[in-house]
Design a binder for this molecule. Structure first.
Ligand code: ADP
Ligand code: ZN
Length: 416
């Protein structure tokens, strides 16, 4: 089935301007050249910057009139990436997310509160439709507004939550202030993903709430959530191999590595019409777990993601590149070139501090001008990168100077 679907995907890819060129360079003119799954190795790797280069239509393999939705990447500055979906694509994504939910033992009797952001970000809509298809009662609460979330959980007897691990910890810390007690709620399960977290954090959240936590992995280039999910055995995430072909590569050489070795996850869509993506470098480091799963599913499992190969930061579940913050910062008049970013955990949430040098003329004793500049910077970053930073202004020359590659990011979040 994978081979058949791979050929179909290559056929579709050949309809896009981007892959027609790429595949020709690799000596592939037709899907007939793919004789076995091993021939996948002949296909070029696709990177995030390739997707940016192809923006907006370079990867579109169907007529625009057959497209029914698009999602773009969370990065709102620079060139985003776009994934188009046909009716078929949305239907199969829904099927995959429904499968995830059913694999955790949830079903028609459950009430599903979806605390991920709805919109261009795939976190919200992805599981939403799957949960409906699996027959759960869906509360599309979206992210944030903790008081209202708790009120909804209590009034509608929510049993299953979908959120980032940071937000789950945050809600727990806010319970008393918001005037709720856990024993008034009816929580049983949570699907947590969108950012890395450790096995310890999972166990901690399970203990704090008295629920089961299931790891959920996805990325917008591969639809979004619903790529890989834990079943009731909570031992690695089944990756849906009828929809995604997976292989691990050594990030430095690009060569395939053994399944039980840590490597970068590379994925090919097998069942997508509008935006076929071949051998996509996810940047995510994991291993493929050996052996079968007692649940009986034959889709292989990936281990918890242990890191990323690039400098992408995940702040409260939102992806941010340091270069994106730099661009936003440098657009503000009065900001000089040297800056540094610090990330810390404050309570359960991530806090970003932006230290930046500003023009010397600004230090004239007029504090209100400096305050205005701070606010301006914080708002510019918030609007572009979706996180409101703490801003510190410094005189030129005050921040460390780098002679080699600048180290701008200090990540003080505990490594679990
Ligand atoms: P999403 O909408 O799923 O957050 P993005 O494309 O914005 O999609 O982000 C995808 C990235 O988020 C992944 O490549 C990975 O680095 C990270 N991620 C998502 N889920 C998990 C998870 N369960 N564990 C670790 N990292 C995750
Ligand atoms: Zn299983």
């Amino acid at each position: 089935m994978q081979l058949q679907r791979l050929r179909r995907t290559v056929e579709r890819a050949l309809l896009t301007p981007f892959y027609r060129r790429r595949l020709a360079q690799a000596g592939l003119k037709s899907s007939e050249d793919i004789l076995s799954l091993d021939d996948l190795r002949r296909l070029p790797l696709t990177t995030k910057s390739d997707l940016r280069e192809a923006y907006p239509d370079g990867l579109l393999a169907v007529d625009k009139s057959d497209v029914v939705r698009l999602h773009t990447s969370s990065g709102t500055t620079g060139t985003p990436t776009v994934i188009y979906h046909t009716r078929h694509d949305l239907d199969s994504w829904t099927e995959l997310t429904a499968r995830c939910i059913l694999a955790t033992g949830a079903g028609r009797a459950d009430v599903f509160q979806n605390m991920m952001t709805y919109g261009l970000f795939t976190g919200g809509l992805g599981l939403h439709y799957g949960a409906e298809r699996a027959g759960l009662l869906v509360i599309p609460s979206g992210a944030g507004n903790t008081g209202r979330q708790l009120r909804l959980m209590k009034d509608f007897r929510t049993t299953v939550l979908h959120a980032t691990p940071s937000y789950m910890l945050h809600i727990h810390a806010r319970l008393p202030e918001e005037g709720f007690r856990l024993d008034e709620l009816n929580l049983k399960k949570a699907y947590l993903g969108g950012e890395p977290y450790s096995e310890n954090t999972r166990r901690k959240i399970e203990t704090l709430y008295g629920i089961r936590v299931y790891n959920s992995y996805g990325l917008s280039e591969m639809n979004g959530p619903g790529v890989a999910f834990e079943c009731i055995h909570q031992d690695g995430m089944h990756i849906w191999e009828d929809a995604y072909h997976v292989v691990l590569i050594a990030p430095d050489t690009g060569r395939a590595c053994a399944d039980d070795h840590e490597g970068e996850l590379v994925m090919t869509t097998l069942d997508r019409e509008a935006t076929p993506v071949l051998r996509y470098r996810t940047g995510d480091i994991t291993t493929l777990l050996p052996g079968g799963c007692p649940c009986g599913r034959t889709h292989r499992r990936i281990a918890r993601i242990t890191g990323r190969t690039d400098d992408m930061l995940i702040l409260n579940g939102v992806n941010v590149y340091p270069s994106q913050i730099e661009q936003l910062l440098m657009r503000v008049p009065g900001v000089a070139t040297n800056y540094a970013l610090t990330i810390e955990k404050v309570g359960a949430l991530d806090r970003l501090t932006v230290k930046t040098e500003v023009d010397r003329q600004l230090f004239t004793g007029d504090l209100s001008a400096l305050d205005r500049l701070k606010t301006h910077i914080a708002e510019a970053i918030k609007s572009g990168a979706l996180i409101r930073p703490v801003v510190e202004l410094h005189e030129p020359g005050a921040l460390p100077v780098f002679e080699m590659k600048a180290k701008r990011v200090t990540d003080l979040r505990p490594k679990e």
